[in-house]
Design a protein around this ligand. Structure first.
Ligand code: NAD
Length: 358
């Protein structure tokens, strides 16, 4: 029987609670799809700093690189906010992404029919939304040099090189080929030279994907269009900072940040994680929504392990749980038949996955 090696990074806050539920669901799908998982836990974030003095111990990188994929919870919390920047949990995460070379962040935003009322937008605007933000993750203004500050000035630099744009563009076009074959590239080419290069290179790469329709949009317009008519989008291709902002905006279409998964992929090992943070305000209460993490585990099966049938089973089980009216606290106001805890939601989904084999 095939055994996949998964590095588990639970992290801080609600991280351990939501990862435990994803593992429950992964074990259920493994037992009905005839493969197995072996898990190895690794520390990152505030808990890693407390244990080792480093938010990203070398051992975590080694364990991750020796695995088939990384399933990641969330890191951070007020306790570590006053540390010098390089010791903070968030610095560990940025370094981790760079070490693993995960240059593409895939963030689907899907509106479940059962939750159209949970969105802050009108049901007719959001019903049927199914888009994917493909965000460049290890370049752009978050990493560009020079950067710094003195007492009166602060500065960062947005830099993209041709190879960085080419590889993320390929990723977006390949994903579009498996979907509705439309890519909208987001930039600020009317103002930024770096965006003009982005637009030119994306247009060149598009010629290798003649079936995919490419359009371009300025980021300010895209922010508006996402709210006005989100269904116009299939794949949205963006740089790092624009994608950071737009994908959080897209997440609200679905009603709760606790629903949205992501995959960060590159040349080596992929990292699969919910888009939300460690939610210190609700940590330890058993009320976090585990669906974003469970759906991230599904993306891991689909994109890292090629276990499409298993991923489909998890997606169907999540839909079924929502259809049957099970809701965690964050969605309790929206057609809930039963409000359940983090762990109950994990068990319900695992149970539907197990039943799915018949
Ligand atoms: P957050 O995403 O942790 O929380 C924002 C709000 O959403 C909170 O009210 C929280 O309770 C709620 N929420 C988040 N996930 C939820 C879930 N699964 N179920 C129900 N409700 C959920 O963002 P924040 O409060 O800005 O940040 C908290 C900490 O997380 C900070 O230290 C931040 O740096 C860190 N952070 C980490 C990551 C990551 O690990 N990838 C991402 C973003 C923020």
């Amino acid at each position: 029987m095939k055994t996949y090696k998964i590095a588990l990074i639970k992290g801080d806050g609600i991280g351990p609670e939501i990862i435990d539920e994803a593992v429950k669901v992964l074990d259920a799908v493994a037992s009905c799809c005839n493969f197995d998982f072996s898990y190895e836990e690794a520390l990152m974030g505030g808990c890693a700093y407390d244990a080792t003095g480093d938010p990203l111990p070398q051992e975590t990188i080694t364990i991750s690189l020796n695995s088939d994929a990384v399933l990641f919870g969330a890191i951070g919390g007020e306790k570590w906010d006053k540390l010098p920047r390089e010791k903070r949990p968030e610095s560990g995460l940025l370094r981790f992404r760079k070490e693993l070379g995960v240059y593409a962040n895939l963030r689907p935003a899907v509106v479940y029919d059962e939750l159209v009322n949970a969105s802050s937008l009108k049901p007719e605007i959001v019903r049927g939304v199914d888009l994917m933000v493909v965000r460049e993750l290890i370049g752009g203004i978050y990493f560009g040099e020079p950067k710094g500050r003195d007492e009166n000035r602060g500065w960062n630099t947005m830099v993209y090189t041709r190879p960085e744009i080419e590889r993320i563009a390929h990723q977006a076009f390949k994903i579009a080929m498996t979907r509705s074959k439309r890519v909208c590239s987001i930039d600020k080419a009317n103002v930024l030279d770096v965006s003009q290069l982005w637009r030119d290179v994306v247009t060149e790469i598009a010629q290798q994907y003649p079936e995919v329709e490419l359009s371009h949009m300025y980021v300010d317009n895209a922010a508006m269009q996402l709210i006005r008519d989100p269904k116009q989008f299939d794949v949205m291709l963006t740089g790092n900072i624009f994608g950071d902002i737009l994908s959080d905006e897209a997440s609200m279409l679905s009603g709760s940040i606790g629903l949205l998964p992501s995959a960060s992929v590159g040349a080596k090992i992929g990292v699969y994680e919910p888009i939300h943070g460690s939610a210190p305000d609700i940590a330890g209460q058993g009320i976090a929504n585990p669906i974003a993490t469970i759906s991230s585990a599904s993306m891991m099966l689909r994109y890292a392990l090629g276990e499409t049938a298993a991923a489909d089973k998890i997606d169907a089980a999540v839909k079924r749980a929502l259809k049957e009216g099970y809701r965690t606290q964050d969605l309790a106001k929206f057609d809930a038949k039963e409000v359940c805890s983090t762990s109950e939601m994990g068990s319900i989904i695992a149970n539907y996955v197990a039943k799915c084999k018949h």
